[in-house]
Design a protein around this ligand. Structure first.
Ligand code: AMP
Length: 286
């Protein structure tokens, strides 16, 4: 495995692969890797084959964090991530710093961003107004630096995947996006770098997100239910986890992300829940 930190060096490699017809798979991450991230690496390998190249990027992208969010304390452990990537069969670990990704920004001369204007408005976009602008910008830049044929993202961040699919189509990136399933702890908690912030009590109660998804699946199994009714049932359900503070729960069409009035089999559900300052998200098809 080779570690590349310079954007120019990354792009030179990518152009060389393009000339030699090498298949390239990209897995963008913010590091502090867990088994969910590594499952994306396996998926990329499966897609590009043993002769292809798998690039994992680790970059805690400042532009997708709001001013009161956890950028400074976001967990980082590059030595451990390096070992995990090597063991998972990553070929290139791309670890740029801010000056590589946003050249000139510190001096105030960086001014180009990529903005998706529709799917990014609800849920995470409503709760975190500049979040998706940061995500689309950094992923577009990674696409230009790595020139992958496929890029793998997690269903864990369902709205992010939808926004990135739209960006890829709208901007004609010749890249196939693969959306891989959410890996969970045995108790159902979706794996996340932010689980690190939880104390033992919060971690135990954090399974409420998974249980809320499961309860909603059961609730719509027999017949459609009004979204208003199901939301109020879920608010009551969440009181069994007293440390949980609901940020939002939404029921929507998975293709358009538009909210539905009637929740039924096939409707998508997403929720965000605070435990102290830690904000967890999860989602599922009902
Ligand atoms: P992050 O490092 O949190 O930005 O995540 C990097 C990629 O890993 C994103 O595409 C996420 O959707 C994906 N991911 C995060 N958690 C999981 C999980 N539990 N299972 C599968 N993929 C995940």
């Amino acid at each position: 495995m080779k570690i590349v930190s310079s954007a120019a060096a990354m792009q030179r490699l990518a152009l060389k692969w393009r000339r030699t017809g090498t298949r390239v798979g990209l897995v963008p991450t913010m590091g502090y890797l867990h088994a969910g991230h590594l499952s994306l690496v396996q998926r990329a390998r499966q897609s590009v084959g043993p002769k292809g190249v798998v690039v994992a990027s680790i970059y805690v992208n400042p532009t997708q964090f709001g001013p009161r969010e956890d950028l400074a304390k976001y967990p980082r452990d590059l030595p451990r991530d390096t070992r995990l990537c090597r063991a998972a069969g990553v070929d290139i670990l791309f670890t740029p710093d801010d000056a590589e990704i946003y050249p000139g920004k510190a001096a105030g001369i960086y001014s180009t961003y990529v903005v998706e204007e529709s799917l990014s408005q609800t849920m995470e976009g409503a709760a975190r107004p500049t979040h998706f602008r940061g995500v689309t910008t950094v992923v577009a830049k990674l696409f230009n630096l790595v020139l992958p044929e496929v890029a793998v993202f997690g269903q864990k961040d369902f709205q992010q995947a939808a926004v990135l699919q739209r960006m890829t189509a709208d901007l004609n990136f010749p890249i196939q996006l693969i959306i891989a399933p959410t890996l969970r702890e045995p108790n159902g908690l979706a794996m996340s770098s932010r689980n690190q912030y939880l104390n033992a009590e919060e971690r135990a109660q954090a399974t409420i997100l998974f249980h809320a998804l499961e309860a909603s699946k059961l609730a719509v199994k027999r017949q459609p239910i009004s979204a208003v009714r199901l939301k109020s049932d879920l608010r009551a359900f969440l009181t069994v986890a007293p440390l949980a503070r609901l940020d939002y729960v939404e029921f929507f069409d998975p293709a358009t992300l538009l909210p539905v009035a009637k929740v039924k089999h096939g409707t998508h559900m997403a929720l965000a829940v605070y435990f102290g300052k830690t904000r967890l998200i999860d989602n599922a098809t009902l």
